[in-house]
Design a protein around this ligand. Structure first.
Ligand SMILES: NC(=O)c1ccc[n+]([C@@H]2O[C@H](COP(=O)([O-])OP(=O)(O)OC[C@H]3O[C@@H](n4cnc5c(N)ncnc54)[C@H](OP(=O)(O)O)[C@@H]3O)[C@@H](O)[C@H]2O)c1
Length: 254
């Protein structure tokens, strides 16, 4: 259900935002929410062109501005070019949301090398590459937000070690970058969702009942709930929040 802001409440008016991996799930919800808050939005995808276009069309139908860019976050040249393209087409880049990512779960000594490499390339190197490129454009007041995972802090099942490692890496990157970019007036934060109902982790999937059992609230998040925290971090009210990993997990880590 797309979020409708209170009449006249557009805290991101005149801002440009890039969301990586915006063709579905959490990234699509974030793109929709930032657009509803007034931002002109670019969203990347790797494979799902039609789904990405559908998200952008929906934003435009509701009066927002959206464009799509194909860029595989495993490819540093592609992600770097996508950041520059977004900044040029939007006229400015104020907010970078690193959302593209994912996990493959299994025993660490059985995961194929290629699977391990892809998780590291997308979840860590892709995030770092996008940030390095965005720093060519982000003005004072800029925002860097990464979608990490509660699994950086808690992994209550075997098979999640590589994914947890990649998400812990972005938590560390967030702290270091906050120190580096504070003097430039740019904040850097990491959103750590718990189980969220998406194609990657459906609320009716094989592990879903176990996950609900690990949570204080006993339910999955809707992508819109993760988007709401991200929108807060993207907006003017969060100006004093930086270097933080903010967990939004229904009590998964409690
Ligand atoms: N769902 C959860 O329970 C959960 C919990 C904690 C954290 N997270 C994190 O939240 C983020 C989004 O997860 P999700 O559940 O929304 O996943 P999802 O439903 O699988 O959607 C992933 C999105 O990212 C894009 N994407 C994937 N790999 C990409 C790549 N190499 N380059 C560019 N785009 C890529 C996909 O587009 P294409 O189809 O075009 O590749 C899609 O738009 C991930 O970083 C994930 O680790 C999710």
């Amino acid at each position: 259900m797309p979020y409708t802001p209170a009449a006249g409440r557009t805290p991101l008016k005149n801002k440009g935002a890039l969301v990586t991996g915006g063709s579905r799930g959490i990234g699509a919800a974030i793109a929709e929410r930032l657009a509803a808050d007034g931002a002109a939005v670019a969203l990347t995808y790797a494979r799902s062109k039609d789904a990405a276009e559908e998200v952008a069309d929906g934003i435009r139908r509701r009066g927002g501005h959206a464009q799509t860019i194909r860029a595989d976050s495993a490819d540093p040249a592609a992600i770097s070019a996508a950041v520059d393209e977004a900044a040029e087409n939007l006229g400015r880049l104020d907010v970078l949301v690193n959302n593209a990512g994912g996990g493959v779960f299994g025993p660490v000594d059985e995961l194929p090398q290629e699977t391990v490499d892809t998780m590291i390339d997308v979840n860590i190197r892709g995030v770092l590459t996008a940030i390095r490129a965005a720093l060519r454009h982000l003005p004072p007041g800029g925002r860097v937000i990464t979608i990490g995972s509660v699994n950086a802090d808690r992994v209550p099942f075997p098979g999640g070690s590589v994914y947890a490692m990649t998400k812990a890496a972005v938590a560390g990157l967030t702290r270091g970058l906050a120190r580096e970019l504070g003097p430039r007036g740019i904040t850097v934060n990491n959103v750590q969702p718990g189980p969220t109902d998406t194609e990657a982790n459906p609320a009716d999937g094989p592990m879903a009942d176990s996950m609900r059992g690990w949570m204080a609230l006993g339910r999955f998040a809707a992508p819109d709930e993760i988007a709401a925290l991200t929108a807060y971090l993207a907006g003017p009210e969060s100006a004093f929040v930086t270097g933080a990993s903010l967990t939004i997990d229904g009590g998964f880590a409690a």
